[in-house]
Design a protein around this ligand. Sequence first.
Ligand code: FAD
Length: 638
Amino acid sequence: MRRKQFYNRITAMGLITTLALTMTACRGAAPADSTTAAETTAAETTTAEATTEAAEEEGAYKAGTYTAAAAGLKGDVTVEVTFTADSIEKVEVTDHQETPGIGTNAVEKIPGLIVDTQSLGVDTVAGATITSEAILAAVADCVTQAGGDAEALKSVSAETNTEKTEESLSADLVILGGGAAGMTACMRAQELGLDVILVEKMPFMGGAISISGGNQVVMGSELQKNAGVTDDTVQSMVDDFMKNGADLNVPELLTLYAENVGATSDWLQAQGVTFDTESGLHQLAEYSHDRELAYTGSGAGAAEAMRQAIAATDATVLLETRATELLTDDSGAVTGVLASSDSVDYTIEAKAVLIATGGYGNNKDLLNEEMRQALYYGPVSSTGDGVVMATAEGIDAATRLMEYGKRYPNGIEVSEGIAKSTIGGNITAWTMSAILVNAEGKRVVNEKASNRTILETELVQEGQMLYLLMDEETFSVWKTKLGGAGISEEDIDSYLELNGSATPVFIHGDTLEEVAGTAGMDPETLKATVETYNGYVQSGKDEEFDRGADYMTMEIGDGPYYLVEQKPRFATTMGGLVVNEQLEVQNTSDQTISGLYAAGEVVGGVMGDDSPSGANNGWAVTSGKLAAEQIAEALGAE
Ligand SMILES: Cc1cc2nc3c(=O)[nH]c(=O)nc-3n(C[C@H](O)[C@H](O)[C@H](O)COP(=O)(O)OP(=O)(O)OC[C@H]3O[C@@H](n4cnc5c(N)ncnc54)[C@H](O)[C@@H]3O)c2cc1C
C-alpha cells in the first residue's frame, strides 16, 4: 500500500501561479478577480538585496507590534505584525471569516511568505485572491504604521530560485482534478483498495462545489424517504430531466444517474458529507417530486467533509500540479499522464486514468458565440483541460453538446463579462413583494416559474434583461441575503451610488415615477403594473401569470423603490466528453479508449441543454463514485 503523501509545496515561487486561477465567484468588481486563465505577469521587481539595503539605510521600522484590518471576501481580515528595527519578524492573521478550504489557504500561506521574503510583492494564492489582497493590504498598513515604506516593499522580489526536478510515479488509478467528482472517485477507489494518485492544479481540492449553492438531487435515497417522499421513481426523474433538457439528454447516462444517485447520497453521508435535513426537501417548479436537499454548510461544507475523508485515506494528493498530457501506448490505450508543478515535472503511469477536470466555462475557445455573450460566474479553474487533453491528436476523444451551458436569469454584472448571483435574495424576495418587470415596466412572467421559463422570457426582452422591482421593505431583506454570493452590503451601497449609470444597474428613487424615469421606462406603465399586481394580491389570484397564492401575500408598499438588473449568467457547462455506461471515454470512431474514464462536469450530455436544480452536484458525486467502481471492477480489485 502506498504511503500517504501530501505534496503541498509552499514556496514563494510555488505560489506564482502560471494560471491565474482565482475564483471569479469571489468578491470584487476589480478586474484582477475576473482574470481568466491568462498568464500571470510577475510584477516588475528589483532585487531583494538592493531594496533591503535601501530599507536598512532608511532605518526600516519602529520595532513593535501593530494591527490593521482590510476587507476580505466575507468581512474584515485583521492582522498583527511584529517588527524588529530591520525586519518583519512575524505576521499573524488574528481574525477573519474567510471560506474554509479556499480563503483560509491565503490565511495559512501569505503571512509566512511575507516574513520569508521580507516583501509585500508576494503573489496572491490561487483561488483566494481577495483574501490574499486583504492580508497584503493590512500588512502594508502595519508597515506604514511602523514607519516603513510599504510601496518599496511591494517591489521587493518575492521570487526564490527553484530548480525543476523530474519524478516518475505509478498507481492503479490517477485522477485528474479534485472537485466533487474527483474527490468522490478518490474516496470510493480507496475503499475498494486501489492505489490512487489525485492531481489537482489548484492549491486546494474542492472545485466548483466549494463555491456552489450546495444543493443536490437525492432521488431514491433514504434521506428522501425519511423526508416523506416515498413515491419518486427513476422514470419520473428521467422524465423531469428530459423535459428540462429539451430531450437532448443521453437517456442511458441519465438513467444510470437516476438509478445510482440515491445510493450515492446515502453513501456520502457515511463518508461524513451531511445534508441539511432540518430545512427539508426543496420544492422546485422543474420537479414532479421533491428530491433536492442542501448540504450542511452548503457546498463549502460538503467540500470540507470530502477533503477530510480523503485526508484519512492513503491517497497521494499532488496539489498545485497541473495535468498536461495523456500518455498512450502503441495500441492507443491511455497509460498515464504528464503533470507539472512549479518545481516538479511528473510522469505518472497508471492502469486507469480518470478525467474529472470539470467544465470549460472559462475557456472562450470552447464556447460557442451565444455562450460567450453570457456573464460567467464560475471557477477560473474551469478551463476545459480534460476536453483539450482527451481530444488531442492520437487520443481523439469525441465530445457532445459543447454549445450548451446552464444559464440562470438572475445575474448582476459586477465587472465586464463577470456576474454574481442574486438568487439567494430573490428566493426570499418572492415570498415578499418583489416582481420582475421588463424595460417597458411590464410584468412578463410568473416570478416563481422555473429558471428555464424565466430565462427564456428574459432572453427575448430588450437587452436580454429584466428588472427586479422592490419596495423598501423587501429590498432591506433582499440585500442581506446576498453575502453567500460574495455581494456585501458595502458593494450594494456602491452599486446604489451609481444609480444605473453603469453596471450593475441598481436604480433607486423615492417614487415609482422616479425609478421609472431613471430606467427610461414609461412611469404610468410601471405604476399600472404595480396597481394590477397589488390587485392580484388582494384577490389572491394572479390573473396574468398564475404566481402561486403562497407567494402573493404582500402588496408592493411604500418607497423608496429599487430596480435591480437581472441578466443571464452561467458557471456550469453541459457539453463534454462522450462516455459509455461504464464511464469509459469514446473516440470519434465510436470506440472505447482503453484505460480512459471521465466523471463529473467534463462528461457531456447527461443534462441535455440545461440542468435542473441540484443536478450537477448530484451527477458529479454519482459519476465519481461509479467511475471508481467501474475501474476497480476492470482492474479486478476486491
Ligand atoms: C457558483 C456555483 C454554484 C453552483 N451551485 C450548484 C448547486 O447548488 N447544485 C448543483 O447541483 N450544482 C451547482 N453547481 C455546479 C456544480 O457544483 C458542478 O457542476 C460540480 O461541482 C462539478 O464538479 P466536478 O468535480 O465535475 O468539476 P469541478 O468542481 O470543476 O472540479 C474540477 C477540478 O479539476 C481541477 N482541474 C482542472 N483542470 C486540471 C488539470 N489540468 N490538472 C489538474 N487539475 C485540474 C480543477 O482545479 C478543479 O478542482 C454550481 C457551480 C458554481 C460555480
